[in-house]
Design a protein around this ligand. Structure first.
Ligand code: F6R
Length: 594
């Protein structure tokens, strides 16, 4: 969702902020804006509009060179998508300029109580902040006005603030929404995501909740939630900027699908010392001390959680429940005596999960976060943390992060379940099998074109194949806008089969010997009612007419193999329809609002 970037230093602020905004495009947005200090006119100039960052770049092409600037990509939550509601927002006197990521829940009350019925220009919650700052700063220092304003906000925010009276400083503050400060010999850059600042920083420091940082060219002052000055601890920048480039691929999604064998190998390197699997003993200890695991997640990560549940139940004696994060946060089930919570999140910023975390912490239970972003809020706030090492995932539709989540869940179940098969070897074989499938998938492209001719489609399977079907359907609908459903193959006949018409596409997933024939019968049932069926099977269970036959891999790793053609089917269906594959409509990569 919204992304923010600010820069103060010796270089061209506009170029650096725009570059950061381009990098943040993947999070999803509908408008973009920028404010730069105009030294000649001694004021902050504003450029903003609905539309892409490329449009903002054109809008600001004649801007004076500036050493300080802030920028924003907006994913609308309060108010329409239009130029006025785009950030930055400026106070009536023009003194303060603000960009904001998050949601101010009490903005109406703040307007009523502190802005004396002032007419606001925009419909946003953010504008209240900038007008309050201006109003408070009339009787107190800027620092006090910032503290007073922040103290009144309820909700989430990552904020960058510019003050015309002090154009040599940039103020940043955060609560719940992420914000990271990067530093180099040439200046400071602050942004929502490492990807936006890595190119211009030698080291970085994530900001803590309720902290405020005042950045000047030669100095950073950092204040904690008690407003006391504290030392900022910077870590060396180890983010490889090239990983977030598209390279020779036409879309990030295709690049990320193709990277999956590499992701499996990276996980092997990170999690094994020679042949020994390294999962932190305190995590295993926490599992040992629990009687039930509660997996909480959303979307694709939740689908990984379902597969994880099945793996845990096969490899261990620990029961696992999977819950939709947004439901769990306010309708938690009755817990077992010794629950253990596992949050799965690619971004580590999903607001629904943050709400769960707050609730779990209140109850003083232990939490493990499994995420791709080690600097993320959910990684930092959980008791334990496992990184999935998928590398930056830029396409909105998650592919390689799903795979990486499955592998890390498998390793966790393996370590806890004291399994003895050679999992390192099984993973190496998986990487190899994925590679061989991804070297030749022309058939999928043709299938996607010829089969997906209707406005709906089904993916069916049993057991883990059902869970992979859920993910396959989500991928297809989010990027191609074809209405797709993932179904337990045996359940279709209990109602939904009524939707089957002539040529309705039904993909059947078969990777489990025990139920292969049952799924085949279910495919026969829909075929005899006109459906256009496509069978995706694993070599040892395949039949001659199966459309896609995948190499055999260890049974616990089959979901990772099965998902590959379904990702490609979604990709080519979307390509065929001319959809914006990497940035599908209405979607955001990092869903930072509830
Ligand atoms: C779909 C997709 C989403 C996310 C969901 C949770 O391709 O990416 O369904 O899985 O929004 O996001 P994270 O994993 O960042 O918590």
């Amino acid at each position: 969702m919204c992304g923010i970037v600010g820069y103060l230093g010796n270089e061209d602020a506009k170029a650096i902020v725009l570059n950061g905004l381009f990098k943040l495009e993947y999070r999803g947005y509908d408008s973009a804006g920028l404010s730069l200090y105009n030294e000649k006119k001694q004021r902050f100039d504003m450029y903003k509009d609905q539309g892409r960052v490329a449009h903002l770049e054109a809008l600001s092409k004649d801007a004076e060179r500036s050493s300080i600037g802030i920028g924003h990509t907006r994913w609308a939550t309060h108010g329409k998508v239009n130029q006025i509601n785009a950030h930055p927002h400026v106070s009536h006197s023009k003194r303060f300029v603000v960009v904001h990521n998050g949601v101010i829940e009490n903005y109406k009350a703040l307007k009523r109580d502190f802005l004396n019925g002032m007419t606001l220009e925009s419909e946003t919650d953010t504008e209240v902040i900038v007008q309050m700052l201006d109003s408070f700063a009339q009787n107190m220092s800027t620092k006090d006005a910032v503290q007073k304003t922040l103290g009144l906000l309820k909700g989430s925010y990552a904020l960058l603030i510019l003050d015309q009276k002090h154009p040599d400083r940039l103020v940043a503050a955060k609560n719940k929404s992420p914000l990271i400060l990067g530093k180099s010999d040439n200046g400071f850059i602050v942004a929502s995501d490492l990807v936006a600042l890595s190119k211009h920083s030698d080291c970085f420091a994530p900001l803590d909740d309720y902290s405020v940082v005042v950045v000047k060219k030669d100095k950073v002052s950092y204040f904690n939630r008690e407003n006391s000055p504290v030392e900022m601890v910077f870590e060396p920048m180890d983010f490889d900027d090239n990983l977030a480039e598209m390279g020779p691929y036409p879309h990030f999604m295709l690049k990320e699908i193709m990277e999956q064998p590499l992701v499996v190998r990276t996980i092997i390197n990170k999690y094994f010392d020679e042949d020994v699997l390294k999962i932190k003993p305190d995590i295993i200890e926490a599992l040992n001390n629990s009687d039930r695991v509660y997996v909480l997640a959303a979307g694709t990560s939740m689908h990984a959680g379902f597969v994880g549940k099945r793996l845990f139940e096969k490899m261990t004696d620990l029961p696992v429940e999977v819950h939709i994060a947004s439901e769990f946060a306010y309708h938690a089930p009755t817990f077992s005596e010794k629950p253990f919570f596992v949050l799965i999140s690619q971004s580590g910023e999903t607001a629904d999960l943050r709400a769960c975390l707050v609730h779990i912490k209140e109850l003083k239970h232990r939490v493990l976060t499994i995420t791709n972003v080690r600097t993320s809020t959910l990684a930092r706030e959980a008791d334990y943390f496992l990184e999935i090492f998928a590398g930056p995932e830029i396409a909105v539709a998650s592919t390689k992060a799903y795979t990486a989540q499955l592998i890390v869940l498998t390793l966790l179940a393996y370590a806890y379940g004291k399994q003895t098969f050679d999992i390192r070897k099984a993973l190496s074989e998986l990487a190899h099998a994925m590679e061989s499938y991804l070297a030749d998938f022309e058939a999928v492209e043709t299938l996607a074109k010829t089969v997906l001719t209707k406005r709906n489609a089904f993916f069916i399977g049993r057991g883990v194949d059902y869970y992979v079907s859920l993910e396959a359907a989500l991928k297809l609908k989010e990027i191609s806008y074809i209405q797709a459903e993932g179904f337990a193959a045996g359940e279709l006949k209990h109602g939904t089969i009524a939707l089957i018409e002539e040529n309705t596409p039904v993909f059947g997933l078969i990777s489990d010997k025990r139920i292969a024939l049952n799924t085949r019968s279910n495919l026969d049932e829909v075929r005899s009612r006109g459906a256009r069926t496509v069978t995706i099977s694993i070599d040892s269970l395949s039949e001659e007419d199966d459309a896609i036959i995948l190499p055999d891999v260890h049974e616990y790793l089959r979901p990772t193999m099965m998902v590959l053609p379904t990702q490609l089917i979604a990709y080519y269906a979307a390509l065929q329809r001319g959809c914006d594959i990497d940035k599908p409509r209405n979607l955001a990569k990092s869903v930072t609002v509830e």
